[in-house]
Write a protein that binds this ligand. Structure first.
Ligand SMILES: NC(=O)C1=CN([C@@H]2O[C@H](COP(=O)(O)OP(=O)(O)OC[C@H]3O[C@@H](n4cnc5c(N)ncnc54)[C@H](O)[C@@H]3O)[C@@H](O)[C@H]2O)C=CC1
Ligand SMILES: O=C([O-])CC(=O)C(=O)O
Length: 333
């Protein structure tokens, strides 16, 4: 029996993500929470002929507590999305409080659940969840994940486009490390599972890197005020959740980049040495296992261009992380 909970389930990501989770054979109970519309979304999904039992909750009568009761995995896409001209950090003002309050609910009701944070800015919201859990004495770095899978999905797609064959996209694997905003997104094209076309110039590599780093902006611009990536994010979120669920159930060797606390495993120290910075959080390649983070894998051999990208990522990551931590630690006025 596995219970999955989606917080922010009625939103642009929440609905298609809930749909994908409802179709997963790995989930037996699906609980949807949002401040609006969850009864309708839950009723709709509950007619699908897959095993998961679906329930929807709203805030009154401790809806959050009821939604979270017995949760094994909690996915959080709650919060406002970007409009053109905004950075992810501009979302902090609203989303930090939303994520803090939801994390408080999880810490109280389902402290052992695996928590997958989608809400932006991920570089700050993941530290917020960790800090709330610390305050409630339930912090386990192996169980908190920032979902950076969309960056990985984009890298696979864009590289397959360059190779000239989209049919290879699902098999193309490019580690994307660092964080989840602009320069903190560091795609390691030199570690592509598939050789890049031989005629790709240095400028092409730079353009490809830039497209992965600013893939989110591409969608925000195209949606023209109607939000940011929702469908591709739902796909990416469901992919990561499925990998984690398979690993929890005992499958070995499942590796995915994800934004984690670097104390979750010894390997985190090696990553800190590689980036030459004592960052607490970083999106590294993580081997998933029964207790969540099984192993944090080293970044490994990268090109000198990628070294420069990593150097540029560190100061922004550091500031984003500190902002999240001090938001929770600051005395409430
Ligand atoms: N990690 C990633 O790669 C990505 C992250 N995102 C982020 O995901 C978040 C959600 O994006 P969308 O679904 O497009 O936004 P949306 O506005 O369509 O949906 C957000 C949902 O959150 C709900 N919500 C707001 N406050 C809440 C609370 N206190 N408790 C529960 N639910 C609450 C809203 O009612 C709404 O249904 C944004 O912060 C966005 O930036 C988006 C794309 C990719
Ligand atoms: O760009 C945004 O604001 C949403 C997001 O995180 C992404 O699409 O990668």
């Amino acid at each position: 029996m596995t219970k999955a909970v989606v917080l922010g389930a009625a939103g642009g990501i929440g609905q298609p993500l809930s749909l994908l989770l409802k179709t997963s054979p790995l989930i037996s109970e699906l609980s949807l929470y949002d401040i609006v519309n969850t009864p309708g979304v839950a009723a709709d999904l509950s007619h699908i002929d897959t095993p998961a039992k679906v329930e929807g909750y709203l805030p009154p009568d401790d809806g959050l507590g009821k939604a979270l009761k017995g949760a094994d995995i909690v996915v959080i896409p709650a919060g406002v999305p970007r409009k053109p001209g905004m950075t992810r950090d501009d979302l902090f003002k609203i989303n930090a409080g939303i994520v803090r309050d939801l994390a408080t609910g999880i810490a109280k009701v389902a402290p052992k659940a695996f928590v997958l944070v989608i809400s932006n800015p991920v570089n700050s919201t993941v530290p917020i969840v960790a800090e709330v859990f610390k305050q409630h004495n339930v912090f386990d770095p192996k169980r908190i994940f920032g979902v950076t899978t969309l960056d990985v999905v984009r890298a696979s797609t864009f590289v397959a486009e360059k190779i000239g064959d989209l049919s290879v996209a699902p098999a193309v694997s490019i580690p994307v490390v660092g964080g989840h905003s602009g320069v903190t997104i560091v795609p390691l094209l030199s570690q592509s599972s598939h050789p890049l076309p031989a005629n790709l110039t240095e400028d092409d590599i730079k353009a490809l890197t830039n497209r992965v780093q600013y893939g989110g902006d591409e969608v925000v611009k195209a949606k023209d005020g109607a939000g940011s990536a929702t469908l591709s994010m739902a796909y990416a979120g469901a992919e990561f959740a499925a990998k984690l669920l398979r690993a929890i159930k005992g499958e070995k060797g499942i590796v995915a980049p994800t934004f984690v606390h670097l104390t979750a495993d010894e390997g985190g120290k090696k990553v800190q040495q590689e980036i030459e910075a004592p960052l607490d959080f970083f999106s590294a390649r993580v081997e998933l296992g029964a207790s969540g983070v099984e192993k944090i894998l080293p970044i490994g051999k990268i090109s000198s261009y990628e070294q420069t990208l990593l150097k540029a990522a560190v100061p922004e990551l550091k500031a984003n992380i500190e902002k999240g931590v001090s938001f929770v630690q600051a005395p409430k006025l």
